[in-house]
Design a protein around this ligand. Sequence first.
Ligand code: G6Q
Length: 536
Amino acid sequence: MSALVTNSPVWKALEGHFREIKDEHLRSLFAKENDRGKHFTIEDTGIYFDFSKHRITGKTLELLTELARERGLGDKIKAMFAGEKINVTENRAVLHIALRASKDANIQYEGRNVVPDVHGVLEKMAGFANKIRNKTWKGHTGKPIKNIVNIGIGGSDLGPVMAYEALKYYSDRSLTIRFVSNVDGNDFSEALQDLAAEETLFIVSSKTFTTLETMTNARTARAWLLASLGDDKAVAKHFVAVSTHEKEVARFGIDTRNMFEFWDWVGGRYSMDSAIGLSTMTAVGPDHFYALLDGFRQMDEHFLHAPFSRNIPVIMGLLTVWYTNFFGAQTQAILPYENYLKRFPAYLQQLTMESNGKYITLNGEKVNYSTSPVFWGEPGTNGQHSFYQLIHQGTNLIPCDFIGFKKALNDLPPHQDYLTANMIAQGEALAFGKTREEVLHEGVSAELIPHKVFEGNRPSSVFFLDKLTPQNLGKLIAMYEHSVFVQGAVWGVNPFDQMGVELGKVLAQNIIPELQQDVPLRHDSSTNALIRYYRS
Ligand code: G6Q
């Protein structure tokens, strides 16, 4: 018998329940239940999570949490925290939770506690970050380092970029921090064009240290440095590496004493709080980085211990399943009302879609249901002046995550009030819309009425926090990491491999020599023609 979730009794019950409530409007759900706006909220770890504006009832939640139990979510969470090799297709443990474990924790992997290793690397990172920040790390000509350029891609870039932008307020403004990811040389050229080599240090971040884009950029960086400083010895003072592969790092010519290690039990997209966060720590300082880790840890503990019905990532993950598989929603919008979180949606795209964008289950069966929706978004209020139109009146149902903060980092009255008012108003308008009667009452002419009516009944969550601190950022990231885990558990896929990305890493390798030399081509007629066009 197939183990697909669609065959489970609770799934069948959810299908029946969906038929009962699918046409119910949020207006009527709120009318029926006076304190719905309080009832469907969870306040924990300093996050106020309002999920009352979702098309659910108490019964929906009961069934969804029952589904999570039936899918063994509790055991799966315990297995992850216990260091079991739950990434079965790569035969690896999934221990990003160990990256933020407290010093006295004991997390066993293959018979040894990994926590001392984690803290050893954190201390080494702090030593490096402090030397850069207090200007005692000198470049080849004796000048202190003013510019840090992180070279990495995917999981070795998106987290660091997002965190740097998110925590810029806390960063040392005497340092210039840049990121180069794309193999497109324009990325490198623009990032480096106004930097002096003698004041620039490259952090080459790559788990494997073999990724085409990163190694190409790293070699170009070395050539750029040597063109200016002219001495191979300069490399040791201007390059450090973050990797799991000591041999490859040495082969590149980086002194392995300047290598910051992480481990194969940390997935790329789950690695921003490992040594991959070296640029983040250098920018904001070790204390803020430790506060970030503390935020992650608080959410880990909440996820591990809170009952499913009060568990923020569990409810989030189950809501995504509810809309994806029952309402047929194909996308979910991430809308932070905090400009410093402008790269947060891009970061979450990788975390969510690379994790659960899979049609084969852990049992090797092909699914007969949708898995990860497309995640996308932009900071509010900018999005309101562009794509929100489609969310309000388009033909797709798009559940929205609003993320807001009570306090602004740069307090410029009345900006924060206006920003927050917009966030709250959008959720209200999406849920309740504007009826024909209300439009009529405004004296709108008859032919315009259908255009000005808003059906509403469009769901959203609000995540409200005090202010954007490193700690709160850590909580938000861990919250999404764990909600992705919940979705993966229900869908029965492995959120921790990335065969599609691996494919991309080899495909271009075949074509590179064919672009560079006139060799016989054996592809399809379209691919052959494109290669010939480039060559010509
Ligand atoms: C992340 C992915 C992928 C990876 C990059 C960079 O989960 O596996 O985005 O992070 O391909 O890989 P390296 O760090 O090995 O260069």
